[in-house]
Design a protein around this ligand. Structure first.
Ligand code: NAD
Ligand code: WQD
Length: 336
């Protein structure tokens, strides 16, 4: 039996594939390579000594997905494939709805047709919207402030309906907080196309000299140093959360939302200072006005993950920054 990993050549997918291969799981990756490259596959083999089956497939292509399920004995799916840039989603919302929502519905239909009803879905803390106070709990109201967030919320709601309609489904909706870091080997990591939107890849590219200066979006928030506070989580801890979620699916009935965060908040300036220290590089920055849509403080109540999955994050901020820097400095141009 194999695990199907959609989006498995991407940032979080590739780290999860590594952890699953270490457990000798049989893996089939499908990815359309819209935001990744097959170069990661050799790196995965280098880390684990195991190889992985890759099939270039777009999850919107029902026929191709059907063939994947016909030709492989799939027991469960981890569904990472999706577009993820908040700013871009405001510019091309229909692409986001088509790719993330229609693509997911197509995948779920094909899964149901082949009687595969175990699923781990990549959701996001973005579904908590802007009206809740941290620590964020799974029982809080959800909302979305941009098309990307809407797609995550819509897919969650589709999954709640699906699980209600058929009790054979076991679904873990993992709500990630802010994934950062890289595998400790320095062989795989985040490799954004163009100018990064997220803080850590931006800081890393300033440190390595690819970008001149960081812009810090606001220093007048109601936080200890005035800059935004987030719950950064090491991507390997996040990957291990997927391993635990897969192991726990037999105990989950219906669709269960689960926060995957550390429960700790870190400010933008704390990140900049830690990065400076770990890399020995200067990180020049300007304070600029707040970015539209940002809120002051976001961090998780991660107790459901602990209770239900037996999972908790174990890598601290120093490890997250050191591993980001190792990946960036050893691969200044990503996988190329
Ligand atoms: P990523 O872009 O590195 O990986 C996503 C992968 O999906 C890419 O390899 C891309 O080529 C592939 N893909 C996109 N559309 C596809 C399609 N239609 N068919 C097949 N493959 C497709 O992103 P990531 O950071 O690894 O994120 C993985 C998932 O986690 C996404 O669903 C994302 O929304 C979610 N998520 C990410 C973050 C984050 O900050 N990185 C936070 C919360 C949730
Ligand atoms: C972190 C902090 C910024 C860039 C986003 C998505 C969320 C999830 C994770 C997918 C904030 C500040 C950033 C910069 C800065 N993704 N910042 N200068 O916004 O918390 O979450 O990624 O699901 O949905 O919204 O992450 O890394 O963009 O920002 O000052 O150049 O860094 O204001 O306080 P965010 P981020």
């Amino acid at each position: 039996m194999s695990l199907l990993i959609t989006g498995g050549t991407g940032y979080i997918g590739s780290h999860t594939v590594v952890e699953l291969l270490k457990l000798n799981k049989d893996i089939v990756i499908v990815d359309n390579l819209s935001n990744s490259s097959t170069l990661v596959l050799d790196r995965i083999t280098k880390i684990t000594g195991n190889s992985v089956k890759f099939i270039k497939v777009d999850i919107c292509d029902e026929h191709a997905l059907n063939t994947v399920f016909e030709q492989n004995d799939i027991e469960a799916v981890v569904h990472f494939a999706g577009l993820k840039a908040v700013g871009e989603s405001n510019e091309i919302p229909l692409d986001y709805y088509q790719n993330n929502v229609s693509g997911s519905v197509t995948l779920f239909k094909v899964m149901a047709k082949h009687n595969v009803k175990k699923l781990v879905f990549s959701s996001s803390a973005t579904v908590y919207g802007e009206n809740n106070t941290s620590p964020l709990k799974e029982t809080m109201a959800t909302s979305a402030t941009n098309p990307y967030g809407q797609t995550k919320l819509m897919v969650e709601n589709i999954l709640f309906d699906l699980a209600k309609s058929d009790e054979q489904w076991s679904i873990a909706c993992l709500r990630y907080f802010n994934p950062i870091g890289a595998h400790e080997s320095g062989l795989i990591g985040e490799n954004p196309n163009g100018i990064p939107n997220n803080l850590l890849p931006y800081v890393a590219q300033v440190a390595v000299g690819r970008l001149p200066k960081l812009q810090v979006f606001g220093d007048d928030y109601d936080t200890p140093d005035g800059t935004g506070v987030r719950d950064y989580i090491h991507v390997v801890d996040l990957a291990l959360g997927h391993v635990k979620a897969l192991e726990s699916l037999s105990r989950i009935s219906g669709c269960q939302p689960i926060n995957i965060g550390t429960g700790n908040g870190t400010s933008v300036l704390e990140i900049v200072n830690s990065f400076k220290e770990a890399s020995g590089q200067d990180i020049p920055y300007n304070i600029v006005p707040r970015r539209a849509g940002d809120i002051a403080t976001v961090y998780a109540d991660a107790s459901v993950a602990n209770d239900l999955l037996g999972w908790q994050a174990s890598r601290d901020l120093n490890a997250m920054i050191a591993d980001t820097w190792r990946w960036q400095s050893q691969n200044p141009n990503g996988f190329e």
